[in-house]
Design a binder for this molecule. Structure first.
Ligand code: SAH
Ligand code: SF4
Ligand code: F3S
Length: 441
């Protein structure tokens, strides 16, 4: 039996693809191993969102080459594979096969061809109509939490972003397929599902059957209610695209306890001029209106965001607008990135006017502003009782379990491992920079 080692970079969509690739490889007679050294096949699922992410792959294959006297079969899948295709064979020596983002069900065919002696096997073809979306319980990243893609690809073409090129156009899964997945996961004991996609609120299946009975102005709000009606314990979703984030989503959260009180809404910049150049489709005023609406919600909804600093043409004044927006929104967490030019995107041809030093300075300043704001914002949890799902034993604190709250905060508390996978109430007694501590009640 050939052993396959699979390493994943990038976003939840890649994690989810890897879970299905591992599932199908196992069905086809391969063994999935976590021991890279013992593997006959090493497969990397890659990300190209920033230059650094892409460099990780090159460095990683280099390390693999050094660690082996006889190279295993090496395969590259994911966004770098889709974008680079056969040029990867020239760029990285030792690569045997390349699998595009829609060809993930055919990894075993590619391995078979390489084992039969074929060189440089590439498959950038389309997904088959009867593609199997199931993930075997043994291949899920967690026994208690599962990812369900609801929409693939992206039609937004934000000018800095490579994703529309690596993942293609938006395709929504049918509601019946999604509900089938949720019910199966529930039967298997999964407590929390994440409905994932580059823009979940752009969800628009060709066939809307199964959604008719549910309220909502948009198919996504209807889907949220349909998934809530399955009775699964906790439902989270990300990422939300501000332009398509409608009030009906907040209404659905307010009316369904199992829709979790957390929204990830990437603002990217606080300057209208930059937002326009990024082609985000929202203004800072329209964004803040959404934030006000979320904050006015009956339930306390936690907010997180993504921000890019140093976009081409971003002036010191534009950056100050971003600082103001961050102070205004009082995020529970913000993921801040330095702009990274991606070949093939419209922004790549704009003059990258912000120097590397200036990018670093803006990054550090914004990080400090967010840290300061977060320190204050998170204090509101002190004394609150949160419903948490313990997922694993804490790596840093002995006798503690690491969990996530419904508002998606990391919460550590003392309990024995037999509590893993059981939703419990924890009263928060201490607030650290990025996590909360509490006592089970
Ligand atoms: N679909 C999501 C997230 C896409 S990628 C959305 O629309 O927001 C995750 C984050 O990476 C983005 O939100 C953005 O902040 C960041 N990002 C994407 N392209 C980037 C680039 N070229 N340079 C720096 N950060 C980038
Ligand atoms: Fe990229 Fe914009 Fe699409 Fe998000 S919405 S994946 S940032 S193009
Ligand atoms: Fe990266 Fe592709 Fe996801 S570029 S962020 S792995 S969609």
């Amino acid at each position: 039996m050939k052993k396959v080692y699979l390493e994943t970079f990038g976003c939840q969509m890649n994690v989810s693809d890897s879970e299905r690739v591992a599932t199908s490889l196992e069905l086809k007679g391969f063994a999935i191993t976590s021991d890279e050294k013992a593997a006959d096949v090493v497969l990397f699922n890659t990300c190209s969102v920033r230059e650094k992410a892409e460099h990780k792959l090159y460095a990683r294959v280099g390390r693999l080459r050094k660690s082996r006297t006889k190279m295993p079969v090496v395969g590259i899948m994911g966004c770098v594979a889709q974008l680079e295709g056969e040029t990867l064979f020239k760029k990285i020596s030792g690569v045997d096969f390349v699998i595009g983002t829609k060809a993930v069900s055919r990894v075993s065919d590619a391995i078979g061809k390489v084992l039969d002696g074929k060189q440089f096997v590439a498959d950038l073809g389309d997904r088959e109509l009867n593609y199997d979306w199931n993930v075997a319980a043994s291949q899920r990243h967690s026994p208690y939490v599962a990812f369900i893609p609801i929409i693939e690809g992206c039609n937004k073409f934000c000018t800095y972003c490579i994703v529309p090129f690596s993942r293609g156009r938006e395709v929504s899964l049918t509601a019946s397929e999604i509900i089938r997945q949720v019910l199966r996961l529930r039967r298997e004991g999964v407590k929390e599902i994440h409905l994932i996609g580059q823009n979940v609120n752009s969800y628009r299946p060709k066939n809307q059957s199964g959604l008719g009975a549910f309220k909502g102005a948009t198919p996504f709000a209807k889907l949220l209610r349909a998934v809530a009606a399955t009775g699964i314990e906790r439902i989270k979703f990300n990422t939300s695209f501000p332009r398509d984030f409608h009030a009906d989503i907040v209404e659905a959260i307010n009316e369904n306890e199992n829709l979790c009180n957390w929204v990830h809404l990437p603002v990217q910049s606080g300057s209208d001029r930059v937002l326009k150049a990024m082609r985000r489709g929202h203004t800072i005023a329209s964004y803040m209106k959404m934030i006000d609406n979320l904050k006015a919600s009956k339930r306390e909804i936690s907010l997180t965001t993504d921000i890019i600093v140093g976009f081409p043409g971003e002036t010191a004044e534009d950056f100050e607008e971003t600082v103001k927006a961050v102070e205004y929104c009082e995020y529970d967490a913000a993921y801040i990135f330095k702009y990274s030019p991606r070949p093939g995107t419209p922004a790549f041809n704009m003059t990258d006017s912000v120097s590397a030093d200036e990018k670093t300075e803006r990054f550090s300043r914004l990080e400090a502003v967010q840290k300061n704001s977060q320190n204050k914002t998170l204090q509101r949890y002190l004394g609150q009782t949160l419903k948490v799902l313990p997922e694993k034993e804490s790596a840093n604190y002995s006798n503690q379990l690491s969990s996530h709250s419904t508002c998606h905060k990391v919460v550590n508390f003392e309990a024995s491992a037999d509590m893993l996978g059981n939703v419990v109430d924890v009263r928060i007694s201490d607030v650290k920079a990025n996590s909360l501590f509490g006592v089970m009640v």
